[in-house]
Design a protein around this ligand. Structure first.
Ligand code: NAD
Length: 379
């Protein structure tokens, strides 16, 4: 079985996106002005839960263009633990109350919001008002209205906004986009994407609390399946119909357990997604007029894996997705490279999430989606 490897992938991409890494004039001269002399973006993580602790902070030890400069936590006991582990000076440690004083701290260039979903909008907006660039975890917020408020706040402050969509920066996703763009398997006519895991344990966790999460499986894992069908077709959908299934209502009291949805695309392609907090699923399958390819696993922290109808294995050396993602954002800020996962991408996905919930509320009715071509696509 032949292999599509990082080496030939890099050779090809070096002529494309990589070649555009040149400083250029920008409307955000004010925000960028402060960064132009910097070689590494100082990032402060807000919310030191499991994702910050086990993924982002370790990844920030490997990044080339950004580093862990500060923390913002509501749990005083974590301050010393993190300060000792990562040599963070006391002056770069904040809590939720004094967070806005971060405006006066030149060590911190960007704020990465890693809090429960309903807190993203407040902290992204406060970060922007403090004049700091913003990375927002997924899902962007709990409504499209909140996404708009985050985007506006960043525009008004002249700061950059990126989403914590780690898969957008990793080589398997880039390969999917390349297959689609180059029509390696012809015109795409079908994509199936599943993103799910079985949730158990603490029934009081914030992901099961609608006020904090904004929703269940769809808000959490569903956004990966939505993203997969968009990069798997290369298009935004024009309609969606959706269904919800509940088998453990005593556990999932407020949030969705399992959702399936079907999308139509202008090209004529169709797609199916499944997302759940009740079972495990982690795959994407793309069929075109002259073949197919699939990734399985497709959306965990890696290593991912894939194969094609040509008998090829899709295989890249494993690298931290979070490292790649944060370095991509830093290169966007420092060197004006493309924004791989802009705020509009987070907003687009929330528009789709809201349409899915609307379809379910209307008994599976087809809901039209009217995106401008390419809306929310990253650079
Ligand atoms: P977590 O429960 O492990 O951590 C949440 C953090 O928020 C904790 O530090 C907690 O103290 C703090 N917090 C502040 N107010 C809170 C409140 N009212 N209730 C609960 N916690 C509160 O969650 P996590 O897994 O780290 O997720 C945080 C964010 O990161 C979420 O938006 C999630 O969707 C996102 N996330 C993204 C990925 C990814 O792969 N991109 C993976 C995991 C989580």
């Amino acid at each position: 079985m032949s292999k599509i490897s990082r080496r030939n992938f890099n050779t090809l991409t070096a002529k494309g996106i990589g070649g555009a890494a040149i400083l250029s004039a920008t409307p955000f001269a004010c925000a960028l002005g402060a960064n132009q002399d910097k070689k590494s973006l100082g990032i402060a993580l807000v919310g030191l839960g499991s994702y910050s602790t086990y993924q982002l902070a370790p990844a920030l030890q490997e990044t080339q263009h950004c580093h862990l400069a500060g923390i913002v936590t509501g749990t005083p006991e974590k301050e010393k633990i993190w300060a000792d582990k990562y040599s963070i000076p006391q002056k770069n440690i904040y809590n939720y109350q004094n967070f806005d004083e971060i405006a006066n701290n030149p060590d911190i260039d960007a704020i990465y919001v890693v809090l429960p979903n309903s807190m993203h909008a407040e902290f992204c907006i406060r970060a922007a008002k403090a004049g700091k660039h913003v990375i927002c975890e997924k899902p962007m917020a709990v409504s499209v209205e909140e996404c708009d408020a985050i985007i506006s706040a960043c525009k008004e402050a002249g700061v950059k906004l990126g989403m914590g969509y780690r898969l957008q920066s990793e080589p398997y996703t880039q390969q999917v986009k390349k297959f689609v763009k180059e029509k390696t398997f012809g015109d795409i006519n079908f994509v199936s994407a599943d993103a799910a895991y079985r949730s158990g344990g603490n029934p009081d966790q914030w992901r099961l609390n609608k006020a904090l999460s904004g929703g269940g499986a769809l808000m959490n894992m569903g956004v990966y399946a939505v993203q997969s069908v968009i990069y798997g077709t290369g298009e935004n959908p024009i309609s969606v119909s959706a269904q919800e299934f509940s088998t453990r209502p005593e556990y999932f009291k407020e949030t969705d357990e399992t959702i399936t949805a079907q999308f139509e695309f202008k090209s004529g392609a169709i797609s199916n997604i499944t997302t759940s907090h009740n079972f495990n699923a982690n795959a994407m399958y793309v069929s075109g007029t002259s073949g197919w390819f699939q990734l399985q696993p497709a959306n965990n922290y890696g290593p991912l894996s894939g194969r094609t109808s040509k008998g090829e294995e899709i295989k890249f050396p494993h690298e931290s997705q979070q490292k790649l993602q944060m370095d991509d954002f830093a290169k966007h800020v420092l060197f004006d490279e493309p924004n791989i996962a802009p705020g509009e991408m987070g907003k687009r996905d929330m528009m789709i999430v809201e349409a899915i919930y609307e379809s379910i509320a209307k008994g599976g009715q087809k809901i039209a989606l009217n995106f401008e071509p390419g809306f929310g696509f990253g650079g």
